[in-house]
Design a binder for this molecule. Structure first.
Ligand code: FA5
Length: 353
């Protein structure tokens, strides 16, 4: 019996070696250790063995059972490890390789189209010596209106429906509001530096308006200002043209018409031919074929004074680009409300990095 047990051990090791799947290994195990298995069959012979023989055969048989269990556990562990390694090998990605990440179609964040365009514009202006400024969303009447030549009784205040903060508990004298345009940053920019200077200021603005295909209540503008000596309308038009050429990488139809803004004189509206309908008329351009994009003008002397600048010595231009509308024209987006929808199906159509 001892010899039989020894040869069973060798036989098991040989049989196990050729197997590589879990089910077959467990089947082999039960062929040896199961109730009617080979080891049990041999042990049935113990009945006829002497007491001395039993003392040797018993531990030997138990040792064989233990050996088989151990061999099976080790083999199963090895197979499991191989499966994991194969999976890892197959899904291996080089995190430093963007193209590879893209090909793997992993769930990754993307850059919003507005951010893409904003970065491009910032690069264009930085290369022309402009600074990029930021400013607060919550503003006071001085920065949003008064310093921009819009006193409290001026009808121009109604041009931009304002979200006011009404806080009866507050003993603050100043009324607070959500800025209605990025021109607030013009005021802050002027008061913080001495001419000559040039800066742009992208930012979110808020208006209590009814939304439609080209109007949002929360939208984005990009302000620009240049102050120095002998700045002309020609300079203004040059910078506007450069901006549009760099963003669209082609000539786009624009028109310049007189526009009224209390903070500029003369003031202009620079419209772009609607790129959604190619000028034929659609819901974005309200059937006019043109989209209001880039109001601009020469800074009003009162605004320079409010900014601490002597209008007899310096002058300048300013513009307030409708950033969301520019994004719409660049990518052919036919409704501004897609931009803030948070819909990943929309966002994922744009460049990921
Ligand atoms: C202004 O906000 C002025 N501060 C711009 C300016 C700056 C003029 C400096 C002169 C000098 P306006 O209200 O027109 O102007 O808005 C500027 C641009 O923002 C518009 O041409 C348009 O492109 C965009 N815009 C205006 N209202 C909305 C809206 N509700 N939704 C989306 N874009 C809008």
């Amino acid at each position: 019996m001892i010899e039989q047990l020894d040869s069973l051990s060798a036989e098991f090791v040989g049989a196990l070696e050729s197997l590589n799947d879990e089910a077959a290994i467990l089947k082999l195990k039960s062929e040896y250790l199961g109730k009617k298995g080979k080891v049990s069959e041999i042990l049935k012979g113990l009945r006829n063995a002497t007491a001395d023989e039993r003392k040797v055969i018993g531990p030997k048989a138990n040792g064989l059972k233990e050996e088989i269990n151990q061999l099976v556990a080790t083999k199963l562990q090895k197979i499991e490890l191989e499966v994991i390694n194969k999976k890892l090998e197959k899904n291996k990605i080089d995190l430093s390789n963007r193209d590879e990440l893209w090909l793997q179609k992993l769930n990754h964040g993307g850059v919003h189209p507005r951010t893409l365009i904003q970065r491009e514009i910032e690069d264009v202006f930085l290369s022309m010596g402009f600074e990029v400024l930021d400013g607060p969303h919550i503003e006071d009447e001085f920065h949003n209106f008064e310093a921009l030549n819009i006193p409290s009784d001026h009808p121009a205040r109604d041009m931009q429906d304002t979200f006011w903060f009404h806080d009866p508990q507050s003993d603050e004298k100043e009324k607070k509001l959500l800025r209605t345009h990025t021109s607030t940053i013009q005021v802050r920019g002027m008061r913080e530096r001495k001419p000559p200077f040039r800066f742009i200021a992208p930012g979110t603005v808020f208006r209590c308006e009814r939304t439609d295909a080209s109007h949002e209540m929360v939208f984005n503008q990009l302000e620009g200002m240049m102050v120095g000596k002998d700045i002309s309308v020609g300079n203004l038009i040059y910078f506007m043209k450069t901006l549009l050429k760099e963003i669209f990488q082609k000539e786009v139809e624009v028109r310049l018409r007189p526009g009224f803004f209390p903070f500029v004189e003369p003031g202009f509206e620079l419209d772009i031919q609607c790129l959604i309908c190619k000028g034929k008329g659609c819901s974005v351009c309200k059937k006019t074929g043109w989209v209001e994009l880039l109001p601009c003008g020469m800074v009003h002397p009162n605004v320079l004074k409010a900014g601490g600048i002597d209008p007899d010595e310096y002058n300048g231009f300013a513009f307030g680009l409708g950033l969301d509308r520019l994004v719409m024209m660049r990518y052919g987006i036919d409704d501004i409300r897609h931009l803030n929808s948070g819909d990943l199906r929309f966002n994922s159509q744009f460049q990921a990095y």
